[in-house]
Design a protein around this ligand. Structure first.
Ligand SMILES: Nc1ncnc2c1ncn2[C@@H]1O[C@H](COP(=O)(O)OP(=O)(O)OP(=O)(O)O)[C@@H](O)[C@H]1O
Length: 332
């Protein structure tokens, strides 16, 4: 978990809301200050750019998926946002301020990493006892319920708890901290399917009662796809997709049928649809194209004997990042 600095909070925790009020803004809905604002952010390790000139904002009270292949830059980006590393260039504002060594920002964050380290002499009970020192929204009753759900052995030396139980401890801290901005970086190494489902269920239930911003990095995209409200896809350090999850669902289609019919259909739409993936066997082809099809296009496809199937979030991201990898290799 993150270990925010010492000073008491200077302002109430909670997603920052704009306090500006002008005569004209009284009629309009209040503008909402983003929780995170990143502009031209780059992180280099030597000559290698792990995060490469990215710009994006994070809305309050939203569950984000930060998705991407191994080595895409997800952890590096989270470390920058949580003030655990310095940017090479560009700007980061979290709750309107620079996060590095900034107690006002850090006390509003919780960062659950893939492999959290604890002092050797710790037992799980010590983790939960010390959590309220760091997280002022800590809900001990909620933590108790989660400890039961995940069956965490409270008195076992931390070095003896299983990999999955260690992940469960991180998940419990992340949920019960109720931090206004919570990062989960692949939080469930070793967690079994039942425990992962408990995590998703508890996150959704608690988020409904206590809205906050959650940024979840995971490779299990299908499992979390119903949880995510906004998706950021990062690839080779660049943001490839920054979209509302509902808009993404249905934003690509696989067209299956006789190769020449598929080609004619896809070829006629080149300007509005990008070909993301193609497979063929015998005289048949299956081509995934980006961009939503109109009702007329759907009718034309069906009349031509083509089958149209929606593409899952996971398939879409696999297709998009594979297409990007090919572009990247060509340009390298
Ligand atoms: N301290 C470092 N020194 C050199 N290279 C680094 C360092 N930290 C990260 N990198 C490189 O930066 C790139 C991005 O790493 P990062 O850990 O952010 O990826 P990731 O998207 O979290 O990957 P994964 O899904 O495998 O956890 C990788 O190529 C990694 O090897």
């Amino acid at each position: 978990m993150s270990t925010p600095n010492q000073t008491p909070p200077a302002q109430p925790a909670g997603p920052a809301q704009s306090t500006q009020s002008t005569p004209s803004s009284q009629a309009a809905p209040p503008s909402i200050t983003p929780v995170v604002q990143v502009s031209g952010l780059t992180k280099r390790f030597g000559s290698f750019a792990a995060v490469d000139d990215v710009s994006f904002t994070v809305k309050p009270n939203t569950i984000y998926g930060l998705l991407g292949r191994n080595g895409a830059g997800k952890t590096t980006l989270m470390q920058l946002l949580t003030g655990q590393d310095f940017a090479t260039s560009g700007s980061i504002r979290v709750f309107g301020e620079k996060p590095v060594e900034n107690a006002r920002v850090l006390e509003q964050l919780c960062f659950i990493k893939e492999s959290q380290k604890y002092p050797d002499e710790f037992r799980p009970k010590h983790v939960f006892r010390s959590a309220p020192w760091f997280f002022r929204n800590w809900d001990a009753d909620f933590a108790e319920r989660l400890i039961d759900d995940f069956q965490v052995p409270l008195n076992r030396p931390i070095k003896k708890v299983s990999r999955g139980q260690l992940s469960a401890i991180g998940v419990i801290v992340g949920l019960a901290s109720r931090a206004p901005l919570t990062f989960f970086d692949e939080p469930y190494l070793g967690l079994d399917a039942v425990a992962r489902q408990i995590f998703y269920d508890r996150l959704l239930e608690d988020y409904a009662e206590h809205p906050r911003t959650v940024i979840l990095s995971t490779h299990l995209i299908d499992e979390v796809s119903n949880l995510l409200e906004h998706v950021l896809v990062i690839d080779h350090g660049r943001i490839l997709m920054d979209q509302n999850a509902d808009d993404i669902r249905g934003s690509a289609t696989t067209v299956v049928g006789l190769s020449r019919t598929v080609d004619a259909f896809v070829g006629g739409r080149r300007s509005s649809h990008r070909e993301l993936h193609r497979e063929g066997i015998g005289g048949l082809a299956s081509v995934t194209i980006s961009g939503a099809l109109t009702a007329e296009e759907r009718r034309a496809a069906t009349e031509a004997g083509l089958e149209l199937t929606p593409v899952s979030l996971q398939q879409l991201i696999v297709r998009t990042t594979s297409a990007s990898a090919q572009d990247f290799e060509r340009s390298a």
